[in-house]
Design a protein around this ligand. Structure first.
Ligand SMILES: NC(=O)c1ccc[n+]([C@@H]2O[C@H](COP(=O)([O-])OP(=O)(O)OC[C@H]3O[C@@H](n4cnc5c(N)ncnc54)[C@H](O)[C@@H]3O)[C@@H](O)[C@H]2O)c1
Length: 273
């Protein structure tokens, strides 16, 4: 059993450059929000490794610059732009960057999210509710709407929202955040139905607990970490690459008959619901 675990760990921790990718996204152009760190960066890296041209983005210029440098140093086709997803002019710039640098858009991955407050859902302030819904839901909706004419120009495309298992079963003190993720499950289904006849697929990924800055509060202390690991059937948290692989599958032609779905990647957590 331990030997099996060592082999699995070795495989999932290998750097991307040492793995064999098959260029399945060659010719596609993808934009990924909040992609200079964490899950977003892993998604940008994986889509680029699979052959896509990728526009990375986040709110801080220095983070964009260093993410672009890192990815270009691997030989990937990447560009970058500052984009605060709630700002209309920033979203416009993101789309323009993809159009100007790579000639169009085939894929949108909406990954940006915030969680400015914790506590029981009905005790949250209106400000916290508004901020969470503005970034996690409204910006995802607006960006999808704005990208749509570009997907139509290519006669098809793919949108992926990054939700969370909290969207199915609200996490204790993350009530408002959880509800925002439930909204993305609904947006996925509604948009998928509207766009299915146009060969535009809309899907969603719901990660469990992934090791990033975002989740660090959940496993800050040894005690919290042990309790968390006990709640995950696989007994470990995910690494960002394990979410990126699911996204790459969903935007590829291998998923050509999949739309309106949410793939859960949670190490078995939801099987306990
Ligand atoms: N880490 C986890 O355990 C986990 C679990 C389930 C879902 N998720 C989801 O995965 C996605 C990525 O999270 P992560 O864990 O990589 O953490 P992260 O903190 O690295 O990613 C969130 C990113 O969103 C960015 N962001 C926030 N507001 C923004 C805005 N207005 N415009 C642009 N970017 C903005 C942040 O700067 C940050 O880079 C999020 O949607 C999160 O809800 C994470």
């Amino acid at each position: 059993m331990n030997m099996l675990r060592t082999v699995v760990n070795k495989f999932i921790r290998r750097p991307l450059s040492s793995m064999a990718y098959n260029g399945k996204l060659k010719g596609k152009v993808a934009i990924v929000t909040a992609s200079t760190d964490g899950i977003g960066f892993a998604i940008a890296e994986r889509l680029a490794a699979d052959g896509a041209s990728v526009v990375v983005s986040s709110r801080k210029e220095n983070n964009v610059t260093s993410a672009v440098e890192k990815l270009r140093s691997c030989g990937y086709s990447v560009s970058g732009v500052v984009c605060h997803v709630s700002k209309a002019s920033d979203r416009e710039r993101l789309i323009k960057e993809a159009q100007d640098k790579f000639g169009g858009i085939d894929v949108l991955v909406s990954n940006a999210a915030v969680n400015p407050g914790v506590g029981p859902v009905l005790e949250s302030t209106e400000e916290v509710w508004d901020k969470i819904f503005e970034v996690n839901v409204k910006a995802a909706y607006l960006l999808s709407k704005e990208v749509l004419p570009h997907l139509r120009k290519r006669h098809g495309g793919s949108i992926v929202y990054i939700a969370s298992i909290a969207g199915f079963d609200p996490l204790g003190l993350l009530g408002v955040y959880s509800v925002s993720k439930t909204a993305l499950l609904g947006l996925t289904k509604a948009a998928a139905k509207d766009l299915a006849r146009e060969n535009i697929r809309v899907n969603c990924v719901a990660p469990g607990i992934v090791i990033t800055k975002f989740s660090s509060a959940l496993h800050e202390t040894e005690e919290a970490k042990e309790a968390l690991l006990r709640s995950i059937p696989m007994g470990r948290m995910a690494i960002p690459k394990e979410i990126a692989g699911v996204v790459s599958f969903l935007v590829s032609d291998d998923a050509s008959y999949i739309t309106g779905e949410t793939i859960v990647a949670s190490g078995g957590m939801t099987s306990r619901l």
